[in-house]
Design a protein around this ligand. Structure first.
Ligand code: FPP
Length: 240
């Protein structure tokens, strides 16, 4: 079905619909995130087996702080549970973990596990698994612009030297940070058709696939279907 020679190098996912999945079952919202973590595990395995080089998931946005404190803390606790349970398997599978976003603003217990996961896997050479945590597309552009302004102020950069690259390299995906190429394919589950501040700069030429499947129900077969759809699109990057 899918062409092994045209696997997208970078797949980025908005794992949406955990809340609705839980609501349909009369379960608390966090049960949906828990089930979502299960789906994520399977998608990591499948992506790695297919030869995807970068998989990026949106785990927590700069706007998600507006949610109930219980839910926010619950997501961080799930993250810790995930690292404690899965880190060795990720490591054995040669997966390299990187974080996009200002994760240092998270509670200390979460920051410790995140750093442990990044350090443990830093020399791995397989798929890079990027977790967007306290990440916002506008926020990272503001950070890049501030950094550029500082350099212009101290004279180490001239305004006429500012290019797209000057901005790109200062983003969380930039070569001084997680070093991730632009996503080829962005998938959003649960029927919502928004970008929600995800990889705004980086997704300029990405293909988008939207599915009604709620994230906890998203299977490796759904991933293959999204890749199939991607492979049947014609990418022109603004050219003919
Ligand atoms: C969106 O669903 C999902 C999130 C905001 C969080 C996703 C988190 C996980 C899958 C678990 C933890 C992650 C890691 C990396 C261990 P929603 O709550 O907005 O769903 P709704 O729109 O149906 O309410």
């Amino acid at each position: 079905m899918i062409d092994q020679n045209k696997i997208p190098c970078h797949i980025a996912i908005v794992m949406d619909g955990n809340g609705r999945w839980a609501k349909k079952r009369n379960l608390p919202h966090l049960a949906g995130h828990n089930a979502g973590m299960g789906a994520m595990k399977e998608i990591i395995k499948k992506s790695s087996a297919l030869g995807v080089e970068h998989l990026t998931v949106y785990a927590f946005s700069t706007e998600n702080w507006k949610r109930a404190a219980d839910e926010v803390n619950g997501i961080f606790k799930l993250l810790v549970l995930y690292v404690d349970k899965e880190l060795e398997e990720l490591h054995e599978n040669n997966v390299k973990v990187k974080i996009l976003g200002d994760y240092r603003a998270l509670p200390k217990f979460a920051v410790e596990r995140i750093e442990k996961a990044v350090q443990r896997t830093q020399d791995n050479t397989g798929m890079q698994f990027n977790i967007a945590l306290n990440y916002g597309g506008r926020d990272e552009v503001v950070r890049a612009v501030k950094d550029i302004c500082e350099q212009i102020k101290d004279g180490s950069l001239l305004p006429e030297q500012v290019t797209e690259e000057t901005i790109s390299e200062r983003l969380y995906t930039g070569k001084n940070f997680a070093n991730v190429p632009d996503p080829d394919l962005v998938i959003r589950t649960s029927g919502e058709m928004r970008i929600s501040n995800y990889l705004l700069w980086q997704s300029a030429y990405s293909e988008f696939v939207f599915t009604d499947v709620l994230w906890p129900d998203f299977t490796p077969l759904d991933l293959e279907k999204a890749i199939f759809e991607y492979q049947n699109r014609e990418r022109r990057f603004g050219g003919r």
